[in-house]
Design a protein around this ligand. Structure first.
Ligand code: FAD
Length: 425
C-alpha cells in the first residue's frame, strides 16, 4: 500500500489529489491520498484582482476543502507543514503531529518575500492581491480611497516572476475608477522591473510589448520600466531607473494614496530548510519528471518548482509559472508516481507552455508561449473583449473543477482551439 501526501490545496494541490486518487483506484489495492494545507479552504488566486475592487466576494472564489476531498475518499488535514524530514519520509505538521508518506507532492505555492523591499506589503504600505486575505484588505482600502482619491502606483518590484496580475490590476482599477467617474482625479503610474512593457518575465510573447504599452497609453497610465523600488513609505515610494548596463539613469519619488506592488517569490520555509530538496532561493529542485534528484519519492508542481530565468535583465526578473503549465506538471507528477509504484521508470514530462488570459477589466489579452522559454514553436498574443468573457467563464469552470476534480475536455479543447494550440498536438 502506498500513502501519497500532497502539501498544499491550491491550483496545483487540489487537481493533484483528484488525479492521484483516480490513478491509484485504477491501479487497485489499498492506497491512500492525504492533502495537508495551512488553511482549511481553497481560494482561486487568479480572481483576487477582482476581489480587490469588489467585483467578487471571498465566498465567490473560495470553498472549504474537506467536504469535497473527503467525498472522493481523500483525507484532508488542515495544518501546515513546518518541516519535511525527507530522510525519514515524514512531515512535521503545525499541530505538532507527524505524518508519514511513501510519496510526497509539494504544491505549496510561494512564500511572498515582502521583506526584500522596505515598506512593501500589507504589513507595510502597499497592498497585495496574491492571497484572498490581502485582496479583501485591499478592497476595504480601495473603497476608502475612492471617497478621497489621489495618485495610484501599481506594478512589480525587482525579482518578481509573476507580472500578469500587476498589469491586470492596473487596468481593472482604471476600469473601476472610470465606472465611478473619478478616474480624472487619479494620476496612475505603473512601475516594473521588466526591461520593457510586456516582457512578462518571458522575453515578451509575440507583440505583448505593443499590446500592453498601447493599453497603458489608452488608459493614461504612465509607466517606468527597468525600475528598482528602493523603499515604500506611507504616501510615497522611492525608485531608481537603470539603463541596459544596470547603471542608474534616473531616480525619484512617486506619491501614492493607494499602491499595489507584486512581491518577489521564495520557497516556503519547510521546503527552503530541507537540504537537498531546495535551491538557494528555497524553491523545490526538480528534474524533467517533476522529481527531486536526491529524494526521488518527492515530486513538486506549481509555483514552488525551481525554474531558471529566461534571460538576464538589467533589473532581475523571474519566470512565471501559470495555470495550464501547472496542470501539466501535476499530471506528469501523478503519472510518474504511478510508474514508480509499478516498478517502472518515470516517463511523463510537463508541457512547459504558457497559456494565459489576462483580464484588463473590460477587455483582455490572451498569450500563448509554447514552449514558455524562447526560442519557441509558437507565440501568440491577441486582445479583445472575448478574453474578458473567456476569463469569467474559465473562473466558473475552474472553480467547479477544483471542487469535483472533473475536467470538461470540451471546454478546454474549445479554448485551445481558439488559441490555435491543437496544431501542436
Ligand atoms: C494574483 C495572481 C493572479 C494570477 N492569475 C493567473 C491567471 O490568471 N492565470 C494563470 O495561469 N496563472 C495565474 N497566476 C499564477 C498561478 O496560476 C497561481 O499563482 C496559482 O495559484 C499557483 O498555484 P500553486 O498550486 O503553485 O499555488 P497556490 O494556488 O497558491 O496553492 C498553494 C497551497 O499551498 C498551501 N500552503 C502554503 N504553505 C503551506 C505549508 N507550509 N504547508 C501546507 N500547505 C501550505 C496554501 O494554503 C495553498 O493551499 C496568478 C498568480 C497570482 C499571484
Amino acid at each position: 500500500m502506498a500513502h501519497v501526501v500532497i502539501m498544499g490545496a491550491g491550483i496545483g494541490g487540489m487537481p493533484a489529489a483528484y488525479e492521484m486518487k483516480d490513478a491509484l483506484k485504477k491501479l487497485g489495492g489499498e492506497h491512500q491520498v492525504t492533502v495537508v494545507s495551512n488553511t482549511d479552504y481553497f481560494h482561486f488566486t487568479p480572481s483576487n484582482p477582482w476581489v480587490a475592487v469588489g467585483w467578487r466576494d471571498r465566498e465567490d472564489i473560495s470553498f472549504s476543502c474537506a467536504p469535497y476531498l473527503n467525498k472522493k475518499g481523500i483525507n484532508f488535514v488542515a495544518s501546515g507543514v513546518d518541516e519535511i524530514l525527507a530522510d525519514e519520509n515524514r512531515l512535521r505538521l503545525g499541530n505538532g503531529q507527524f505524518l508519514d508518506y511513501d510519496y510526497l507532492i509539494v504544491a505549496t505555492g510561494p512564500r511572498l518575500a515582502f521583506e526584500l523591499v522596505p515598506g512593501l506589503g500589507p504589513e507595510g504600505h502597499t497592498h497585495s492581491i496574491c492571497h484572498v486575505d490581502h485582496a479583501e484588505k485591499a478592497y476595504h482600502a480601495f473603497e476608502e480611497f475612492c471617497k478621497n482619491p489621489g495618485p495610484i502606483v501599481i506594478g512589480a518590484v525587482q525579482g518578481v516572476s509573476c507580472f500578469g496580475p500587476a498589469y491586470e490590476f492596473a487596468m481593472i482599477v482604471d476600469t473601476e475608477l472610470r465606472r465611478r467617474k473619478i478616474r480624472d482625479k487619479v494620476p496612475m503610474t505603473f512601475i516594473t522591473a521588466e526591461p520593457y512593457i510586456g516582457h512578462l518575465g518571458l522575453g515578451g510573447v509575440e507583440d505583448s510589448k505593443l499590446l500592453l504599452e498601447s493599453e497603458l497609453r489608452k488608459r493614461d497610465i504612465k509607466f517606468i520600466t527597468n525600475c528598482k523600488t528602493i523603499a515604500v513609505h506611507e504616501h510615497s515610494l522611492d525608485y531608481e531607473e537603470v539603463d541596459r548596463n544596470g547603471e542608474v539613469v534616473a531616480s525619484g519619488s512617486l506619491e501614492h494614496k493607494f499602491a499595489m506592488l507584486m512581491p518577489p517569490f521564495r520557497g516556503i520555509p519547510a521546503v527552503a530548510n530541507c537540504e537537498g530538496l531546495a535551491n538557494p532561493m528555497g524553491f523545490a529542485v526538480i528534474n524533467e519528471y517533476q522529481q527531486n534528484p536526491k529524494f526521488q519519492n518527492i515530486y513538486s508542481t506549481g509555483v514552488i518548482c525551481a525554474i531558471p530565468p529566461v534571460e538576464s535583465t538589467p533589473v532581475p526578473v523571474g519566470t512565471p509559472k501559470t495555470g495550464f503549465m501547472i496542470e501539466s506538471m501535476t499530471t506528469a507528477a501523478v503519472h510518474n508516481i504511478i510508474h514508480d509504484i509499478k516498478g517502472e521508470k518515470p516517463e511523463k514530462c510537463g508541457t512547459w507552455g504558457a497559456i494565459c488570459l489576462a483580464d484588463l477589466g473590460d477587455r483582455g489579452v490572451a498569450f500563448v508561449a509554447y514552449p514558455q522559454i524562447p526560442p519557441r514553436n509558437m507565440t501568440w498574443a491577441k486582445g479583445g473583449k472575448w478574453v474578458h468573457t473567456a476569463k469569467i467563464f474559465f473562473e466558473k469552470y475552474f472553480m467547479r473543477k477544483m471542487k469535483t476534480g472533473v475536467s470538461e475536455p470540451f471546454y478546454e479543447k474549445a479554448l485551445l482551439k481558439r488559441l490555435g494550440i491543437e496544431r501542436l498536438k
